[in-house]
Design a protein. Structure first.
Length: 44
């Protein structure tokens, strides 16, 4: 299953594994968002 997490207007798709807690999804979404923000800010 996949879950979409919104950070303002930015949407992150996070795969959800069996047995994951909401905390695990938050950690994954935060890590993915941080990587995206770093990629965008390095290019400008």
């Amino acid at each position: 299953m996949k879950v979409t997490v919104n950070f303002g207007e930015t949407r992150i798709v996070v795969p959800c594994k069996d047995g994951w807690m909401v905390r695990d999804l938050i950690d994954q979404a935060t890590q993915r968002y941080t990587k995206i923000v770093e990629q965008v800010t390095c290019c400008f």
